[in-house]
Write a protein of this length. Structure first.
Length: 377
């Protein structure tokens, strides 16, 4: 059976560190924690789980700190987590089984990163990351803010998930890292432009974000998945700016990179037609969204809502407007499977049941009137 070193970088994580370690401590053979300047109880908590606590002066680059943490690993493989990550029970069991059965010839195992969850337990954002890597390969981290692990060789995809459960969001932190990069005169890759655009968008600068996304798209090199989501996120910026036609154009532009429509684009296109009260056109795009099946081997971002409860909820509205109450109710029930206590879904259920009952009564009344008329004749 392989052995695993857990490697983490932390700073002021007293609120979440113990929660993280409690979910993984019995799954790994060694815990290495590198602190980059905590001023709270983080180090004290870390020492309750391991005597392998180290210190590293923050350089402004996450990649430097992550590479430092990897240096302390002594086992066959390295697993990395952030302090606000957890491993759910189902995934803990899968991880233990993986340890028992993994072929040592494997260089890296990718796992799902469930980066967001809604209040009903549905994953809102998921993507794959090389999560368990062979130590002797000395894989290195790159990137300033949004890091990536330069992995090559024999890589396998697992169905294990790591779940992110943040209690706070470091607003502006990554944005400042990119601004420092600009001030230094560093060159930007398409990936840099994409993630810089994301930081600008999330921090309320949609016009600048659009410029950065366009630079990502314009460069010939770069990952096609980043370019696809640059189009999607650019559309969201235009929507925020109330420029719906440009938003729609950006969504159709995404087809250049995806080649076939994806739920993230289809649901948004449906939204544009729905807002314009073009419910038949909107329903076409929402129906297309729910037909999309998730690719379990997809490495780029995946937003499950756009192929599950969200288009069904919108179809409920569209079919109600189009006068097809049965289809409206059917789609609301499908949305309810994912969000059983959603107030909007429950409101629709009550509204549609009353409407169907009224229609039933009217139908029965007409049939009775028809029968009465026949008897009189």
């Amino acid at each position: 059976m392989i052995t695993v070193s857990l490697c983490m970088i932390v700073k002021n994580e007293e609120d979440v560190l113990a929660r993280c370690l409690d979910t993984i401590k019995d799954c790994v053979d060694e815990i290495n924690i590198v602190d980059t300047g905590s001023t709270d109880r983080t180090v004290e908590i870390a020492k309750q789980y391991t005597d392998r606590v180290f210190f590293f002066e923050w350089t402004g680059r996450f990649a430097d700190a992550r590479n430092e943490s990897f240096k302390y690993a002594t086992k066959d493989y390295i697993l990395y987590l952030d302090a606000d990550d957890v491993v759910l029970e189902e995934d803990r069991e899968k991880f233990k089984k993986l340890k028992e059965t993994l072929d040592p010839a494997v260089d890296s195992v990718s796992m799902f990163y469930n980066a967001g969850m809604d209040q009903f337990g549905n994953v809102t954002l998921r993507y794959r990351r090389n999560r368990l890597v062979k130590r002797e390969k000395n894989f290195q981290w790159g990137g300033d803010a949004h890091n990536y692990l330069n992995v090559f060789g024999h890589i396998i995809n697992s169905d294990i998930g790591i779940t992110h459960k943040s209690v706070r969001h470091a607003t502006g932190r990554n944005l400042s890292i990119y601004k420092d990069k600009i001030e230094r005169g560093d060159s930007f890759s398409p990936r840099d432009y994409f993630y810089y655009g994301n930081e600008l968008r999330e921090n309320g600068h949609p016009e600048e974000a659009i410029e950065s996304y366009d630079k990502c798209i314009a460069l010939k090199e770069g990952w096609v998945e980043d370019k696809f989501y640059a189009c999607i996120n650019k559309a969201d910026c235009y929507t925020r700016l109330k420029e719906n036609q440009k938003a729609l154009e950006s969504l159709f532009q995404s087809f250049v990179f995806s080649r076939t429509p994806r739920p993230e684009a289809c649901s948004r296109i449906g939204d544009k037609f729905k807002v314009a009260n073009q419910f038949k056109d909107a329903s076409y795009w929402y129906e297309l969204a729910v037909l999309m099946k998730p690719d379990e081997n997809q490495w780029s971002f995946s937003y499950p809502a756009f192929s599950t409860w969200y288009p069904h909820l919108q179809l409920c509205v569209c079919y109600d407007k189009l006068g097809d109450i049965e289809k409206s109710y059917e789609n609301n029930e499908k949305a309810r499977e994912y969000r059983p206590q959603d107030p909007a879904v429950l409101h629709n259920k009550h509204y549609l049941e009353k409407k169907m009952e009224k229609l039933k009564e009217e139908k029965e009344k007409k049939e009775q009137e028809k029968e009465d008329k026949v008897e009189k004749e």
